[in-house]
Design a protein around this ligand. Structure first.
Ligand SMILES: *[C@@H]1O[C@H](CO)[C@@H](O)[C@H](O)[C@H]1NC(C)=O
Ligand SMILES: *[C@@H]1O[C@H](CO)[C@@H](O)[C@H](O)[C@H]1NC(C)=O
Ligand SMILES: *[C@@H]1O[C@H](CO)[C@@H](O)[C@H](O)[C@H]1NC(C)=O
Ligand SMILES: *[C@@H]1O[C@H](CO)[C@@H](O)[C@H](O)[C@H]1NC(C)=O
Ligand SMILES: *[C@@H]1O[C@H](CO)[C@@H](O)[C@H](O)[C@H]1NC(C)=O
Length: 409
């Protein structure tokens, strides 16, 4: 049957085709298997190399590790976070011995206080990654750099760090603008509005229009000034002027018992009244300041013409006293005769500074004619004579001693 033959041929051809397919399939399967094996081989390579690495390394606490390759010859680096410093090896190499070179590093909290960042006596406290300052009294700021902007009582600030002539200012914020003020007697110093410096009143008012600040001398003090006076003077109640100390009244003198204490401006003088010795006349002290002639023998002309009395007067005056000026008056209490005459005795010195004038019928006056610069002692004698018909009845001497002080006060 031809149909059956044809059918068998067709079947054989399909069989051939199928076995060709199968061979091809198996071939590709083998190729695939080879490829897989190859891939497996390459994949296995690192596994074998694993035996070639150093032990895993950890990053230090508070730090980082750079580099992941752990095979021989590779390096790993270490970094610390801010505020920490690295102690140990900064980098390590994986050696042939499969161990790391160097030592495992640490990140240690760095000592921020090492550089002494706190100023003005502040105490540094080291903290992780930072420091803080405990400031001394009167100071503030991260590094105690600013004076505390408040009114501080005197003495509240350590003098060693501020000085009494420097004070913190008091600042207020007004709409974003800072206004700083100072205690009385202080002013903002040039650059730093945090700081007030003392005003030197003595310097500032040295030649002030309102007059001198102090009569004698001025001492600048923290926040103010003080007037001082020379020895022998005390500062007056108003603090500006000087007043003389009365050494004679306050026993601050060393005058002896037979001396008299004369208070002068700025000091004192011990004086002693001794009656004069004049030929043919003798004198007796009738009061501490007066000597009178003893009665004269009859017909002893030298005696009768000697002065009847000597009076002593001590004046204390300030230097540069304005002139002319009446310094002393001599008055005849019970004038005798018809004429009274007043005259100036003494040498050149007396005549340079003084003159004697009559002020009324019974009175003569000693005048200072020009200012005298002290310290100096001037003496002048005023003679008053009584006459009757041009004949001298009596002479009376007044000795004036003038202590001129060094200062005009
Ligand atoms: C590493 O190599 C050593 C010999 O050098 C061998 O004894 C060990 O089995 C290997 N280890 C691995 C995980 O291949
Ligand atoms: C002058 O001042 C001193 C001290 O400064 C004082 O002891 C004295 O009592 C004062 N004298 C007078 C007269 O005020
Ligand atoms: C009095 O004291 C002054 C010093 O203050 C001295 O110079 C003088 O000699 C003294 N006078 C007497 C009499 O002790
Ligand atoms: C002074 O007194 C003596 C006697 O004591 C007398 O001899 C003499 O003449 C007197 N001198 C004058 C200037 O009077
Ligand atoms: C003396 O006083 C006058 C004014 O009274 C003054 O002009 C003069 O400077 C003074 N002299 C001295 C040395 O102080």
């Amino acid at each position: 049957c031809p149909g059956r033959q044809e059918m068998q041929n067709s079947l054989k051809q399909v069989q051939k085709l199928l076995s060709a397919h199968e061979a091809s399939y198996l071939q590709s399967l083998r190729t695939l298997k080879k490829k897989i094996n190859l891939l497996q081989g390459t994949a296995k390579q690192p596994a074998r190399a694993n035996n070639n690495t150093c032990p895993k390394l950890d990053a230090p606490a508070n730090g980082r590790k750079l580099g992941k390759v752990l095979t021989v010859g590779h390096e790993v680096h270490f970094l610390c976070d801010a505020g920490y410093e690295l102690v140990g090896s900064e980098s390590r190499i994986c050696q042939e011995s499969l161990s790391w070179s160097g030592q495992q590093p640490l990140c240690r909290d760095s000592n921020e206080c090492a550089s002494a960042p706190c100023l003005n006596g502040g105490t540094c406290v080291d903290e992780v990654n930072q420091f803080s300052c405990i400031c001394a009294k009167g100071w503030a700021g991260a590094t105690c750099q600013s004076p505390v902007p408040t009114f501080a009582a005197a003495g509240a600030l350590p003098a060693a760090t501020t000085g009494p002539f420097v004070r913190p200012s008091r600042c207020t914020q007004v709409q974003g603008t800072t206004h700083c003020t100072c205690e009385p007697g202080y002013t903002i110093s040039g650059r730093d509005s945090n700081t007030c410096t003392d005003i030197d009143e003595c310097e500032l008012f040295h030649n002030g229009q309102a007059g001198r600040l102090c009569l004698h001398s001025c001492v600048n003090t923290p926040g103010g000034y003080r007037c001082t006076c020379p020895a022998g003077y005390n500062v007056t109640r108003d603090g500006r002027s000087c007043k003389d100390i009365d050494e004679c009244a306050t026993r601050q003198n060393n005058c002896t018992r037979d001396q008299m204490c004369v208070n002068t401006y700025g000091g004192f003088q011990c004086v002693r009244v001794d009656c004069p010795r004049i030929r043919n006349a003798t004198y007796v002290k009738t009061s501490p300041m007066r000597c009178e002639r003893n009665p004269c023998p009859v017909d002893n002309k030298a005696c009768s013409q000697a002065p009847n009395s000597f009076s002593y007067h001590y004046l204390s005056v300030v230097s540069n006293l304005s002139a002319p000026r009446v310094m002393f008056r001599v008055t005849a209490m019970r004038p005798m005769g018809d004429t009274l005459r007043f005259s100036l005795l003494g040498g050149k010195q007396a005549r340079r500074h003084f003159t004697v004038q009559r002020s009324d019928r019974q009175t003569g006056q000693l005048m200072l004619v020009s200012p005298v610069q002290g310290p100096v002692t001037l003496e002048a004698e005023v003679e008053m004579s009584e006459l009757e018909k041009r004949v001298q009845l009596g002479r009376y001497i007044t000795k004036v001693t003038m202590f001129v002080s060094q200062y005009e006060f």
